[in-house]
Design a protein around this ligand. Structure first.
Ligand code: ADP
Ligand code: MG
Length: 602
């Protein structure tokens, strides 16, 4: 007897459903994507019990004919592609024709739909892949689909679901991924009769504000700067967070060709651009939208996978990294792009408006400005006087950006440099693709800090015995603190001896202090330690090193000879991190060739 037989469709669909529909959130995603594919401009999503008992999606898209709605629930039934070649020119979210078949295999589904050209709509009811009834009905144009009792016939899957709270969060996560890239569509999300999100149509920036603005104390988008770059390979638009708005729970989104994607490698490119700018454990938010020829990404994306493979990932890494750096740099030079202007009520209907912001002086602000449009409206942006560079230049400029560790070799200075001192404060030196400017005091402080730390770590502080011990008079509580600090001070070379209840003798000092008065340095150390908090003992060594480095670093106004400057630069560039001081201030900046060209463009 032959034993092989084909599985009935209903069983095959149930198995496939396991892949496509894992939880209510996947159901929301598939249905909303279908609405988007149908050209809807308004999409309402209603869920009950985090989607367990109901997921309903109502759209004003193109609807389905009586036959099509029946077909739609068959496996591999799709209106979106017809042959393999179409796969390379995808413009829709769906194309596999699997989702509805999968959903109706594991739920009780009904759908009401009408096309604009039909006088009546149709109603279809399916229960675990089995058609219960289909009839004509009155209906508005569009589609209204209800998915009830998900996994009613697959108890194992049902049991696998997480608590409602978690499933609802999963729904929100999927929802954000879709709404952030479709600001031209109005969305609402209602959960158990509570309106969770009500998002009118708007720009990308407004959508970000609608979604995240309310939960933040300040306007969320005020912490973002615009990003845009166009090359032959890819065009990148979006917003990146200002470093000082970095948080422990940042919002990080990549989209490619209107589809959300995860991309750990590109994420590194973004984060690398912030190197040295972020407090520990803080990360920036970003919303970055890639546009790329469909043939250079892997289109055959699994419905539940969000990783996407690009043909030329290394080049895009560089382009992205440079674009982020450029945006951050631009913002430092010209912080007043339109995000800093108060948004009008009209511009941002959903966000809570903080009245104190409205009183702030404002820049000229165009509420219709859409950074994603390249056309005429972009001409009114504050950057309109920066002519767009020829593409070649944009691509060339970024290759030599500096403080990404992988590219670090490029910053090794030539043997023979001729630095110039400017305003008693900056050191300027020509580097292969631009002009490097270094803050002399901060550079020296960074170098000294590294040396002191090294000494502390190795336990070999270079000490200098004083022939005539100095006296340090202290208040009672400073005496107390000094007593606690004594060991750590010894680690860096200060040898103190208590003389009385109000004074210490300073017998030895760190050699690096030279002839400068040790009292001042010790007082600064006390202040720094106090500011850090008496309880943060582990931080004390660092604060001591910082205060020492700050006190002994070359002051502003001190004239430096060429040799001093080149030595300083070489020591600085030998450090693993040299673009920021240990307390996060900018040590150096590079005026790139591109920026120089811009200055000479008129
Ligand atoms: P896919 O989206 O991959 O084509 P689906 O199973 O999700 O597969 O949908 C099958 C088909 O049903 C779609 O190709 C589309 O023609 C139709 N369809 C589904 N949802 C809608 C909707 N909301 N409005 C109009 N047509 C829809
Ligand atoms: Mg689909």
């Amino acid at each position: 007897m032959d034993i092989i037989h084909l599985l009935p469709d209903s069983v095959a669909n149930q198995i496939a459903a396991g892949e496509v529909i894992q939880r209510p959130a996947s159901c929301v995603k598939e249905l909303v994507e279908n609405s988007l594919d149908a050209g809807a401009t308004t999409i309402q999503v209603l869920v009950r019990e985090a989607g367990r008992t109901l997921v309903q999606v109502i759209d004003d898209g193109k609807g389905m004919s009586e036959t099509d709605v029946r077909m739609a629930f068959e496996r591999h039934a799709t209106s979106k592609i017809s042959n393999a070649a179409d796969l390379f020119a995808l413009t829709t979210m769906g194309f596999r024709g699997e989702a509805l078949a999968a959903i109706c295999a594991v739920a009780q589904v009904d759908v009401t739909t009408r096309r604009a050209e039909d006088e009546v709509g149709s109603f279809l009811e399916i229960n675990g892949s089995e058609v219960i009834r289909q009839e004509i009905c009155q209906a508005p144009v569009g589609t209204n689909i209800r998915v009830k009792n998900l996994f009613f016939n697959t108890p194992a899957r049902r049991k696998y679901l997480k608590p409602n709270r978690t499933e609802l969060r999963n729904i929100l996560i999927e929802f954000y991924r879709m709404v952030l890239v479709n600001p031209q569509v109005a969305f609402t999300l209602v959960s158990d009769d509570e309106v969770l999100l009500d998002l009118p149509k708007g720009t990308h920036k407004q959508r970000i504000e609608q979604v995240f603005g309310k939960s933040q104390r300040n306007q969320f988008s005020a912490g973002l700067v615009e990003l845009r770059t166009d090359t032959d390979i890819v065009s990148i638009r979006g917003f990146v967070g200002k470093p000082e708005y970095a948080s422990k729970s940042p919002q990080q989104y990549f989209f490619v060709n209107n589809r959300f994607m995860r991309h750990p490698y590109f994420q590194k490119a973004v984060l690398a651009a912030y190197q040295g700018m972020l407090p520990p454990e803080h990360n920036p938010s970003y919303f970055i939208y890639f546009d790329i020829a469909p043939e250079s990404i892997d289109v055959n994306i699994h419905p539940t996978k969000t990783e996407i493979k690009f043909a030329d990932e290394q080049t895009i890494w560089q382009i992205l990294h440079a674009a982020v750096r450029e945006s951050l740099g631009k913002f430092h030079m010209a912080p007043s792009i339109d995000f800093d202007a108060p948004l009008t009520e009209l511009d941002m209907p959903q966000a809570a408006i903080d009245p104190s912001r409205l009183k702030q002086p404002s820049m000229t602000f165009n509420p219709n400005y859409n950074p994603f449009e390249q056309s005429s409206s972009a001409a009114s942006t504050p950057f309109s006087n920066t002519p767009s560079m020829p593409r070649k230049h944009q691509v060339a400029g970024w290759e030599k950006l500096y403080d990404e560790p992988e590219l670090k070799e490029e910053l090794t200075l030539p043997e023979d440099i001729h630095p110039l001192q400017i305003a008693g404060r900056y050191i300027a030196v020509a580097v292969p693709d631009g002009l490097m400017l270094v803050d002399q005091h901060r550079a020296h402080m960074t170098v000294l800090f590294a040396e002191i730390e090294q000494q502390i770590r190795s336990g070999h502080a270079v000490q200098q015995q004083l022939l005539f011990p100095e006296t340090l008079e202290l208040s009672a509580d400073d005496m107390q603190l000094m007593r606690q600090l004594q060991d750590q001070l010894l680690d860096v070379g200060f040898e103190l001896e208590q003389l009385s209840s109000t004074a210490y003798a300073i017998n030895s000092v760190p050699a690096l202090l030279g002839n400068s008065a040790p009292q001042r340095c010790l007082n600064d150390i006390l202040v720094a330690v106090r500011e850090t908090g008496i309880s943060a003992k582990t931080e004390w060594s660092r604060q001591i090193a910082l205060a020492m480095a700050r006190d002994t670093a070359v002051a502003y106004g001190k004239i430096l000879v060429e040799q001093d400057m080149s030595d300083l630069l070489k020591r600085l560039l030998a450090l693993p991190v040299y673009t920021k001081t240990p307390d996060g201030k900018t040590v150096m900046t590079i005026l790139s060739e591109t920026e120089l060209e811009k200055r000479f463009s008129l």
